[in-house]
Write a protein that binds this ligand. Structure first.
Ligand code: ARG
Length: 696
């Protein structure tokens, strides 16, 4: 936490004692400069109204737009009976006295507080310079008791990404990865202990399909080189065979149906009321048609016989998977290899995205015994029932009419996706004793998640208590630039590696456009990759999570507009200025920041920087990356308007950028402001999972 002695001594020179504290009001004055203001404002409002400090604190709101004040009090929120809010607002404003806050303005029932620029600049920049990479974050929020600094940290498990080993890593998985990465960083910045968990789709009949495919089309060499791509190719090929196999039989069945319909004369039409029935048209069924039907039936017989002699891919896959479940070494041989190589490849991709998982598990690691136990409880509690050899839970009968019926066991006794989720939920609790668990899963699976949450709830203690601390964070679909759904079948699914690579290529090209700068970038390949990933992530964050978006390479890689490359550019630009200015850290720390107040844009920027800890708090509430992103764009726009802003107090109208030519003092103050802005930008970017670049 911050060394408060510097701050309090500063406050005492302004005629203020140590910021007051109030029982039942949790202010974080060591982390958040605005909380100092809150303390004094609460004191003043309490003086006039006698309202409880906790109520005043809850009523005080931060503003989206600084022209409405740095903090605002909607008077009705004080819940004071008997007084007209507009009259009370005037009374509060008139009685208000604080040397670091302007006389409040009254706007109907709102009291608006504007912080005096000089002290605000001093306080805010001191906080950013001291907290550095921690400025804005609040490690107390994740404590069991935030009012007790030594209290235990709460533990959060976040399950995200969770790709399927055989299939392509598609944009849905990418989105889960990006959002999950953000959530773990958000909670960690709030002091939680976080565990990143990857629940691989690594079990099920499709591995029986894949293994057959590998025997037919696989290559060990290509598997080693690019396992994800190769396995996907193999999987696509064998599935085409599978489809072809089924198509032959399906066609024959269709033909047979059609002919049989023709053979049977259509039922006579019912006459309309009061009318005599018309004579039916003469029925036609030729000898040729009869022989065609015979032929189709014979062919179908042959296909059937073939299937018995040589089982279909589907049937073989089912048998193969059964052997895997039973622990057959031969059957598991390939599977283990596919899994290991895929994880290696995923790790490289995750590193590019600034993400590392603490726990790789998957559907395969869910214990059969745990699933059996689940099935037993379901049966004992009368929740499950047999259904044509399988076992199902009819949620309609258990207070969830919208959730329908869900299978928990197949006819052959093998488990299902849902059953694995049931067992995995409690296994995770046993392993981590988490306070909370978040599943980041696409909205296509909303029903699935609602179903398994509901079943766990119905199962009673201890499952019911555990699932109460679980939450599904859902997100919308990524579509192609024209707004079309991307699918494997249509071949439009953008694979992660492919989209990362093409975005990287593009950014590399842009960088090369400025030869002089390009020369100075130490590792251009790496920088291009970082820029590309920023582009993709920022695009993902540009709306609420629940909304889908179109994957638009051209737009996201642009430097114009609110894009990832724009944020990176803003960061690199300040870095470059700092390198040129070369003001030593000690000078920044001791600078007189009140020198900034002459420039309107500088003051706006300071006010914006002071809001960052409150923005973080708000993001912790909304858990929407857009909350952070919107702020960062607002802040960088203010920052860029500073570069050529005029010093209002100066007749010679100097720009802020050349202000530092005036004197060493002004230069230090200005560079302190830029340093703080860069720090806040970098902190926000890191929270979003972006790696800020210093040159580009
Ligand atoms: N592997 C699944 C898929 O790609 C996602 C897993 C989501 N997590 C879960 N616990 N069901 O569709």
């Amino acid at each position: 936490a911050l060394d408060m002695s510097q701050i309090t001594s500063k406050l005492s020179t302004l005629g203020l004692s140590h910021p007051p504290t109030f029982p039942g009001v949790l202010l974080h004055t060591e982390y958040n400069p605005v909380d100092i203001y809150r303390a004094y404002i609460i004191e003043q409002i309490h003086k006039t109204t006698d309202v409880e400090p906790a109520i005043i604190n809850n009523a005080l709101a931060w503003t989206q737009d600084l022209k409405h004040g740095d903090l605002v009090l909607p008077v009705p929120a004080l819940r004071l009976k008997g007084k007209k809010p507009d009259e009370l607002a005037i009374e509060i404003a008139e009685n208000f006295e604080c040397p670091i806050i302007e006389k409040p303005t009254v706007d109907k029932t709102f009291v608006r507080f504007f912080f005096k620029p000089g002290p605000l600049a001093t306080l805010t920049l001191k906080y950013t310079l001291q907290h550095k990479a921690q400025y804005g974050f609040n490690p107390r929020l994740g404590l069991e008791d935030p009012s007790k600094p030594g209290s235990k940290r709460k533990r959060l498990v976040v399950e995200y990404s969770s790709p399927n080993i055989a299939k392509e890593f598609h944009t849905g998985h990418l989105r889960s990865t990006i959002i999950g990465g953000f959530l773990t960083k958000l909670y960690a910045a709030a002091g939680w202990e976080t565990i990143s968990m990857n629940y691989l789709g690594d079990w099920g009949k499709q591995y029986g399909v894949l293994s057959q495919g590998f025997e037919k089309y696989g290559s060990e060499e290509e598997l080693e080189r690019d396992p994800i791509k190769h396995l996907n190719e193999v999987y696509v090929k064998i599935n085409q065979d599978h489809a072809a196999e089924q198509k032959d039989a399906k066609k024959l069945f269709e033909k047979k149906d059609e002919l049989e319909k023709l053979k049977k004369p259509p039922p006579p039409k019912k006459p309309a009321k009061g009318k005599v029935a018309e004579a039916p048209p003469p029925h036609q069924w030729s000898d040729e048609q009869e022989s065609e039907l015979q032929d189709v039936c014979a062919q179908l017989e042959k296909v059937r016989a073939e299937l018995v002699a040589k089982p279909s891919i589907d049937e073989k896959a089912r048998q193969f998977f059964k052997r895997m479940v039973d622990g057959d070494k031969e059957a598991l041989k390939y599977w283990q290899k596919f899994r290991d190589l895929s994880i290696e490849a995923y790790k490289l991709m995750y590193a590019r995205l600034n993400i590392a998982f603490d726990d790789y598990n998957g559907e395969s690691t869910v214990k059969e015994s745990d699933m059996d136990k689940m099935a037993e409880i379901l049966e004992k509690k009368g929740l499950s029932e047999p259904s044509e050899g399988a076992v199902m839970v009819d949620l309609k009968k258990h207070g969830a009419p919208k959730l329908g019926i869900t299978l928990v066991k197949k006819t052959d006794g093998t488990s299902l996706y849902l059953t694995r989720d049931l067992a995995a939920n409690y296994e995770r609790y046993e392993k981590y004793q988490f306070d909370r668990m978040i599943y980041v899963i696409a909205s296509q699976q909303d029903v699935h998640v609602a179903q398994f949450f509901k079943v766990l709830e119905l199962m009673g203690s201890p499952y019911e208590e555990v699932v109460k601390n679980c939450e599904h964070i859902t997100f919308g679909m990524v579509k192609d630039p024209k707004g079309q759904t991307m699918s494997t079948r249509k071949g439009t699914v953008v694979s992660l590696a492919d989209s990362l690579d093409s975005a990287k290529e593009f950014m590399h090209g842009v960088m090369k456009g400025n030869a002089e700068k390009y020369e100075q970038v130490e590792n251009p390949e790496e920088t291009a990759d970082t820029l590309a990933i920023s582009a993709i992530m920022v695009q993902d964050y540009s709306g609420k999570m629940i909304n889908g978006y179109n994957f638009d390479m051209e737009r996201m890689t642009s430097f114009e507009g609110d894009t990832g490359p724009y944020l990176q550019y803003s960061h690199a630009r300040v870095c470059s200025m700092e390198r040129k200015a070369g003001v030593p850290r000690s000078e920044l720390e001791n600078a007189d920041f009140t020198l900034i107040v002459g420039v309107k844009e500088g003051v706006e920027l300071v006010r914006c920087l002071a809001q960052w800890p409150d923005v973080f708090l708000n993001a912790y509430k909304t858990r929407e990356p857009i909350t952070v992103l919107t702020y960062l764009f607002k802040m960088t726009h203010l920052l860029s308007s500073c570069y050529d802003a005029k010093d209002v107090g100066n007749k010679n109208a100097k720009t802020m950028s050349v202000m530092y030519a005036d004197s060493a003092e002004k230069k230090a103050a200005l560079m302190g402001l830029y340093n703080a802005s860069r720090q806040v930008l970098a902190n926000g970017m890191r929270l979003l999972g972006l790696k800020p670049v210093e040159r580009m």
